[in-house]
Design a protein around this ligand. Structure first.
Ligand code: ADP
Ligand code: ZN
Length: 524
């Protein structure tokens, strides 16, 4: 089949004038029988990459998708365009299934969407072997990655497609971009021969903004009121309870909000999702259970009030904003406590050592993004091995942090940690260390006689918030580590020594007092 027919299909069936970005090359490759691995950010137009070849090639395209809830919408949209499409999943009854199977066997389908667990059943494999297949599309291919947050065990079985139908081209698609995930996809889906198409992951219309957490409800409220009143948005939290609390709080403050988490019953979740989809001024306060498959172009902001577990997760979640290409904001408030809490969760999890090490490294990268003095977007894309110029649009670019010589401050913190460590007293976290430095005679300080330490009161020159900022940067740059055996206490590292000995000058980012005080004072 020639490419002109691909362009024709694009124009006559889908009503688009031309392909975007790499779509044409991908379509061409697939039409001529090659395998492809496609990495494109959400909203870039992955669907057409297999829908057009499905119509150009002979036979029916099998689309593997984990998102049962979306299949019907996708199929309805295709039918609307006059495409013969159908789906097989657990929402159909027997007679409906038989009708779809019959259509497939008669060669009357162009696209058939199938949930992976169903596809791998013997009945379905049998069915497929009796019809003509044009291509396999494996959507959300990162679900095969055991390390990602969307892991689906069924995806592991999909290499069978290659074994049974070696001559049928396959296209795997995802918006998840790390080199590691890519390698896992290639290996697990036997896509070693596939041509890779990797689009830029930059989302220029999203403004990234990360602030220190003080009083997160008020900060969130202020952010929405000042920048996004009446807009559709998503607020991500870590816990189910918190989604409910924050949704209540926002409603009380006149911002229409609903909670969403995996603990709500299915009907309520569906209702909330449908309302979010339809209403243009609703804020969804959600855990990451609200995720893949949200297909709303005009989400104007995504706010994180807890630190995401990884940069990859952060990118996915913030990527749900501004899919229409119009300006949108990714806002996050985070504090040291988030890091401590999450390290603790990792340590207490059931995962093995490899899992724990890996999760800790992911968290670490996230902390690095938060504490960077570089353009947020440069840093974010660097994580995906992509390089761009400073964006001029994120909080760091708009308000470049002043750098200051934090060597002495760092030495004070490191000595305090060293003294506590020497006492083999593991119970003290960041807050206590700051109290000691600032010379505060709290109960804990006096009970433990920490007011007798030589470092007591040596840090009067900086505010609590400035000290916290120093601490976070020391952590982010590995001059300090979190010792999770205790209560997330701080520990020295290899790198601490040079600073303590005065062999290294540490330039630190100054906490933007404007942002910090703004968020504290504006609300009554
Ligand atoms: P993804 O799956 O990558 O998130 P979609 O396939 O849902 O993205 O496409 C996002 C939007 O872009 C859809 O509304 C789609 O119709 C539109 N789109 C995709 N390709 C083109 C194109 N070549 N021309 C115009 N619009 C396009
Ligand atoms: Zn920037």
């Amino acid at each position: 089949m020639s490419l002109s027919s691909a362009s024709q299909v694009l124009q006559t069936v889908f009503g688009y004038e031309s392909f975007r970005g790499e779509q044409q090359a991908i379509v061409e490759h697939l039409v001529s029988g090659g395998d492809a691995l496609v990495l494109m950010p959400t909203g870039a137009g992955k669907s057409l990459c297999y829908q057009v070849p499905a119509l150009v090639r002979q036979g029916c395209a099998i689309v593997v998708s984990p998102l049962i809830a979306l299949m019907k919408d996708q199929v309805d949209a295709l039918k609307e365009l006059g495409v013969q499409a159908a789906y097989l999943n657990s929402t159909l009854d027997w007679s409906e299934i038989r009708a779809v199977e019959r259509d497939f066997l008669r060669g009357e389908l162009d696209l058939l969407y199938i949930a992976p667990e169903r596809l791998l059943g013997e009945r379905c494999l049998q069915l497929l072997s009796q019809g003509r297949i044009s291509l396999f599309a494996i959507d959300e291919a990162h679900c095969v990655s055991q390390w990602g947050h969307d892991f689906r065990p069924e995806y592991m079985g999909l290499s069978i497609l290659h074994e049974r139908w070696p001559q049928v081209p396959r296209i795997a698609l995802t918006a998840t971009a790390t080199t590691h995930t890519r390698q896992e996809i290639i290996q697990r889906l036997a896509l070693g021969e596939a041509k890779q198409f990797i689009a830029s992951f930059d989302r220029p219309n999203i403004t990234y903004h990360i602030v220190e957490k003080h009083d997160v409800r008020r900060q969130l409220l202020q952010f929405i009121r000042q920048e996004h009143m009446g807009d559709s948005g998503i607020v991500y939290c870590l816990s189910r309870n918190k989604t409910e609390d924050i949704a209540k709080f926002l409603n009380k403050e006149g911002i229409k909000a609903l909670p969403y988490h995996a603990g709500l019953d299915v009907a309520r979740r569906a209702e909330h999702q449908a309302r979010f989809q339809q209403e243009d001024d609703l804020v969804m306060v959600a855990t990451i259970a609200f995720g893949m498959g949200i297909n709303k172009p005009d989400v104007r902001f995504v706010a994180h009030i807890d630190l995401p577990k990884s940069v990859e997760g952060y990118y996915q979640e913030t990527g749900r904003a501004g899919r229409d290409g119009l300006a949108a904001t990714a806002w996050m408030a985070y504090g040291l406590q988030d890091v401590v809490q999450q390290r603790k969760m990792i340590e207490d999890s059931n995962g093995d050592e490899v899992f724990k090490r890996r999760s800790a490294a992911q968290l670490d990268a996230m902390l690095g993004l938060c504490e960077t003095a570089q353009c947020r977007r440069v840093r974010l894309l660097a994580y995906f091995d992509q390089h761009i110029e400073p964006c001029g649009n994120c909080d760091v670019c708009l308000n470049p942090p002043k750098m200051w010589d934090g060597t002495v401050a760092a030495q004070k913190i490191l000595s305090a940690v060293y003294r506590l460590f020497k006492e083999r007293d593991q119970r003290f976290g960041a807050g206590h260390i700051i109290d000691i430095l600032r010379g505060k005679k709290t109960d804990r300080v006096t009970q433990n006689r920490h007011d007798t330490l030589s470092v007591f009161g040596v840090g009067q020159d900086l505010s609590d918030s400035a000290w916290r900022s120093v601490l976070r940067q020391l952590l982010a740059n590995h001059y300090l580590a979190l010792d999770i055996e205790g209560y997330g206490t701080l520990a020295l590292t290899e790198k601490s020594r040079a600073v303590l000995k005065g062999e290294e000058v540490l330039m630190l980012r100054q906490e933007s007092e404007r942002m910090a005080s703004k968020s504290r004072n504006i609300m009554p």
